[in-house]
Design a protein around this ligand. Structure first.
Ligand code: KG4
Ligand code: ZN
Length: 343
């Protein structure tokens, strides 16, 4: 250092809201020095979904190992760190508590600021590793637990303008996957099948006519399940790739349509796509097509390898929160139903 060279700001980040234990070290909010992810998917597969108690136990077993690996891989010491960021909600309470407790220990032991991060802000900031976020922006957040449109007037400001009334998009994928006998989580598998099939089933597109930015996927899910069950009863063999393609087209149409409505109502510089379902190829293509209609808006998609849960995105969002003066004391608790404010 010296010669006026700027000190690099390092954030240590923890993520444990669902079935991924992850610890990362992020430099200046946009460079990944390490991003260790221990997934528990195998343990939950046989139950067809995440079992909260099993998830908590895995997090406890994994978190210190992930921390040691993340620090080693980043080649940094605790003295080099500027702050500790952690997901404190939304998510499974027992799972969140493991990350929160771990972050508190490091913050306390090394006298570092503790930065609470909303998991959904983290998902948005996965896109920061692709390029800078320009404001105002709208984010389409699609994951296993959430589906929402978020308006960001400026840095560190998040306001919900619409969300799902029932199932999240990823949840709907996983539920119809179960009906097709696919392993959990089924989203990626159905996405691949959809590309081998055609939209022949004319499943419903919910809430397209309503003057809001909300979504609903439970009607689509029921229509899908009824179609499959009816075919089983009359011994009819349906083309599963066509089923997948029809389901996916309905999901994508609704997501793209509501996003388009939002882009027409809010003047923004960027549209950000993030969350586990942001890895969906049909959705990425659909938004590419949509953004072609708007010359002044840039589409910023979270990198494929950072769409799922990881601590790097928490470090990026945590860096921004920290720069904006946010911090928590050691009374920080997990908040399983944490939500952004509505606009
Ligand atoms: O964001 P995430 O990793 O966890 C939550 O915070 O929920 O999202 C996981 C969800 C699962 O429901 C999974 O099936 C879905 O993302 N998913 C996909 C794809 N890849 C993952 N859904 C559709 N298409 C994909 N390619
Ligand atoms: Zn997530």
């Amino acid at each position: 250092m010296g010669n006026g060279e700027k000190k690099r700001e390092l954030i240590l980040a923890f993520e444990s809201s669902c079935d991924e234990t992850s610890v990362a070290v992020i430099e200046d909010g946009n460079k990944i020095l390490s991003n260790v992810v221990a997934t528990q998917v195998k343990s939950h597969k046989r139950f067809g979904g995440v079992v909260p108690e099993v998830a908590s136990r895995h997090h406890i077993e994994q978190v210190t190992l992930c921390l040691a690996d993340a620090m080693e891989e980043a080649k940094v010491t605790y003295n080099d760190l500027s702050a500790v960021a952690v997901t404190y909600g939304p998510g499974l309470v027992g799972a969140l508590l493991v990350g929160v407790a771990s972050a508190k220990v490091v913050a306390y032991a090394h006298n570092l600021p503790l930065i609470p991060v909303n998991h959904m802000a983290g998902h948005i900031y996965a896109a920061r590793f692709k390029s800078e976020i320009k404001f105002p922006a709208i984010a389409l957040l699609v994951s296993g637990g959430h589906t929402e449109l978020v308006y960001m007037a400026r840095e560190n400001s998040y306001q919900i303008i619409g969300e799902t009334r029932d199932d999240a998009a990823g949840e709907a994928y996983d539920k119809i996957g179960r009906v097709l006998g696919l392993k959990y989580p089924a989203g990626k598998n159905i996405d691949e099948m959809a590309h081998e099939g055609a939209d022949t089933f004319a499943f419903p597109r919910a809430m397209m006519k309503e003057e809001n930015f909300d979504f609903s996927f439970s009607g689509l899910k029921s229509a899908f399940i009824n179609t499959v069950h009816h075919a089983e009863q009359v011994n009819e063999k349906l083309n599963v790739n066509d089923l997948a393609a029809s389901f996916q087209q309905s999901v994508v149409d609704v997501l793209v349509y509501k996003t388009e409505r939002a882009l027409n109502d809010f003047s923004v510089k960027q549209l950000i796509l993030a969350g586990g379902v942001a890895a969906n190829q049909g959705l990425r293509d659909g938004l590419d097509e949509l953004i072609g209609k708007y010359s002044g808006i840039e589409l910023l998609k979270a990198p494929l390898n950072l769409c799922g849960d990881n601590a790097a995105m928490i470090g990026a969002a945590g860096f921004v929160a920290w720069k904006n003066g946010e911090s928590a004391d050691l009374s920080l608790n997990a908040d399983p139903s944490l939500e952004f404010e509505w606009i």
